[in-house]
Design a protein around this ligand. Structure first.
Ligand code: HEM
Length: 219
């Protein structure tokens, strides 16, 4: 494993595969959370299913946590390697001339998303694990909506979420198309994929912002 990850191409492909997995997670996470603005019952039903289904809890959740950690660790490793490569070739390196600002600063938008995830895990994931697997509370299929709404009461938390989602958008604007390029998607569908990536990178974070503001101002 460490041998494979010593090759810079393998590192980029591994990074891209974890990114694509996280993009898929983000889409389903958005769709489920979006139902909270449409129907309290539907949101509760979907959350209850996700929170109690054995396949999701015992297989998908550990895979997701692994993918999140892997993506961040690989991100730091790639950044460190890129930095040392840049130092050697600093005379010929002129970042602004051949790459976007966002692509050169993925580490910073990534760090904001990491900080958001720490807050988000403290908000939702840790209480959920505590409720189910530490306190062994009886299952209540109607509790999810109330818990979510309660989280968006604080303007400070909503502000932190909105800023993080804006940075998430910038991260995805470069990350989406870059990850598909790294796994070799280069052909006649590239322009369509790039356009789809742009819409995804803007609309999904905007949708998350909408959910946070909706619950903040409606309750
Ligand atoms: C308005 C926006 C969002 C809401 C309302 C929301 C809501 C939730 C809730 C309720 C959970 C707990 C699920 C559970 O374990 O039962 C959760 C977990 C999680 N969220 Fe979010 N989320 C939002 C945005 C995001 C974003 C933008 C990301 C990624 C950048 C994200 C990443 C995660 C992750 C990785 C977990 C842990 C998943 C798990 O293992 O169950 N969330 N979120």
């Amino acid at each position: 494993m460490s041998g494979i990850l010593n090759s810079s191409i393998a590192r980029k492909v591994a990074m891209a595969l974890s990114a694509i997995f996280l993009l898929i997670f983000l889409l389903q996470h958005f769709l489920i959370n979006f139902t909270s603005v449409i129907s309290e019952n539907l949101f509760n039903e979907l959350s209850h299913f996700m929170g109690t289904n054995i396949l999701i809890q015992a297989v998908m959740q550990p895979v997701l946590i692994f993918a999140v950690v892997f993506h961040f660790v690989m991100g730091f490793i790639l950044e460190a390697k890129n930095k040392s490569a840049r130092k050697i070739k600093y005379v010929s390196y002129n970042g602004g001339a051949n790459s976007s600002w966002m692509s050169r600063n993925m580490i910073y938008s990534g760090l904001v998303i990491l900080a958001f995830l720490v807050l988000h895990f403290i908000d939702f994931w840790i209480p959920e694990m505590n409720y189910k697997y530490i306190q062994f509370n009886p299952e209540d299929p109607t509790r999810y909506y109330g818990e979510l709404v309660h989280k968006f009461e604080s303007p400070l938390r909503v502000g932190a979420y909105v800023v993080s989602f804006a940075l998430l958008s910038l991260h995805l604007l470069h990350g989406f198309q870059s990850s598909f390029q790294s796994v070799g998607c280069n052909g006649k569908y590239t322009p369509a994929l790039k356009a789809f990536g742009k819409y995804f990178a803007i609309l999904i974070p905007l949708g998350f912002i909408f959910i946070a503001l909706f619950h903040h101002f409606n309750h």
